[in-house]
Design a protein around this ligand. Sequence first.
Ligand SMILES: Cc1cc2nc3c(=O)[nH]c(=O)nc-3n(C[C@H](O)[C@H](O)[C@H](O)COP(=O)(O)OP(=O)(O)OC[C@H]3O[C@@H](n4cnc5c(N)ncnc54)[C@H](O)[C@@H]3O)c2cc1C
Length: 463
Amino acid sequence: MAEVVIVGAGLTGLTAAYYLEKNNFHDFKIFEKENLSGGLLRSFNQDGFTFDFTGHLLHINNQDFYNFLNEVAGINNFFVQNRNSSIFMQNTFTQYPFQTNLYGLPENIIYDVIYGFINRKKNIKSPKSFHEWVLKYFGAGIGKHFLFPYNKKLLSYDIKKIDHTWTGRFVPQTDLKSIIYSALNNKNTKNNLGYNSSFYYPKYGGINYLINKLQDKIKNKINNNFNLIKIDLKNKILIFENGYTEKFKYLISSVPLNYLLEISQDKANTSLQVNHKNLLCNSVINFNLGFNVQNFKNNNLNNKHWIYFSEKQYNFYRLGFWHNINHNLTPNNYCAIYGEVSYINKNYKYRNNLTNSSIKQALEFLNIKQDDIIVNNILNINNAYVIYNNWRQKNLHKLQEKLLLENIHSIGRFGAWKYSSMQEAFLDGKQAATKILDDLNINKNFRGLITHEHKNIAKLLQQ
Ligand SMILES: Cc1cc2nc3c(=O)[nH]c(=O)nc-3n(C[C@H](O)[C@H](O)[C@H](O)COP(=O)(O)OP(=O)(O)OC[C@H]3O[C@@H](n4cnc5c(N)ncnc54)[C@H](O)[C@@H]3O)c2cc1C
């Protein structure tokens, strides 16, 4: 038995472990189903190229996270860069975000955006969907030309059936002055808008560098190849696929919440028997292609970090450029791109066709021949973007409360079933560790207090 058991050795689980260890609490174990730790922060090496599970860039606006990166991995081991990203539509590259960058777009789009913004539906009191939220704050033009098609493609889901609570820092607001200014000027003063206006990224080793450094601080605590398959809630026992069992007092889980509920169902003594199938998430195909730099001649792409695609003719919602993010990710004189294509619940054949047609579209866009591909690496991200459907909105909070009653902290992007970044994974992990330590200390002090009181009472009785 370990007092605290952590299941999932991604950034969330490892951060929790780091803070337990840092506070001199050692009675914990980590279990991870894969043979490598890191979750979505693993990087893959192929023929001298390094690929992450799509670009994993560190956007930092929290001092605690910055301090943590410095403490664990040394901030000097990261580059920091300002975003250089565009949107490609109507054969034009406009800067990101769309709502403050219209320069170069056809007149009819600029007209729709301005007219739509002026006539936006301010009278919608509390938007019931992302669609309504866009109409209220941005207007029909921005919706029609970018926010609707782009998010539909990103999520592979009907944007009228999702809420807007995820938007926060991911969809920055705009105003009429910025819209008009951006239509008339190529250089917009508001290019630093949004959560990802700058990023840190490791100088060497891809994003996995951070995980390697973090693992070093938690030596001998990670058990790889331990796939959790059942939770006996009544007896607080975890059962793994290899037959191993572990009793816990506190559980920190970053495994996908729908799976956690599924495997807790039978033995649950609380009403956790909900339909976990109502928790929806999409998947992402991540294709990575490497080329000789001579074959990469599109000047519009020089120095670009990534490009967003909202139009239907492209399956992918984003293409990124590894060599511009960090030239150490590709060998000298080579470059590499990544593409991201989302889908929900599709079979292998569908995925295969989708991957092939997406690669074909990417090559056409880049003006590169199939034969020029030197490295081809396809990754499938099974859980990628959480769908904020109505069921989630109504039930997630209750579920989390019930799990907490069982001393289960279900945290991280998929544990807490949310749209979140590495920074939030860190914050979640740190917060869960702190809460548990507080709880344990309170209990210890309380136990101490009781024994002290008991002794006093015993003394009084003896007198
Ligand atoms: C396409 C995409 C792009 C992204 N880009 C960025 C970005 O640029 N910047 C940014 O800040 N964030 C980005 N993110 C978000 C970031 O990846 C996550 O916030 C972060 O990785 C979450 O970490 P985690 O530890 O909570 O989850 P995970 O990394 O998913 O870790 C969970 C761990 O649990 C393990 N596990 C699962 N089931 C079991 C089981 N049954 N038994 C044992 N172990 C199990 C998994 O193997 C995994 O190691 C992106 C996410 C996606 C999908």
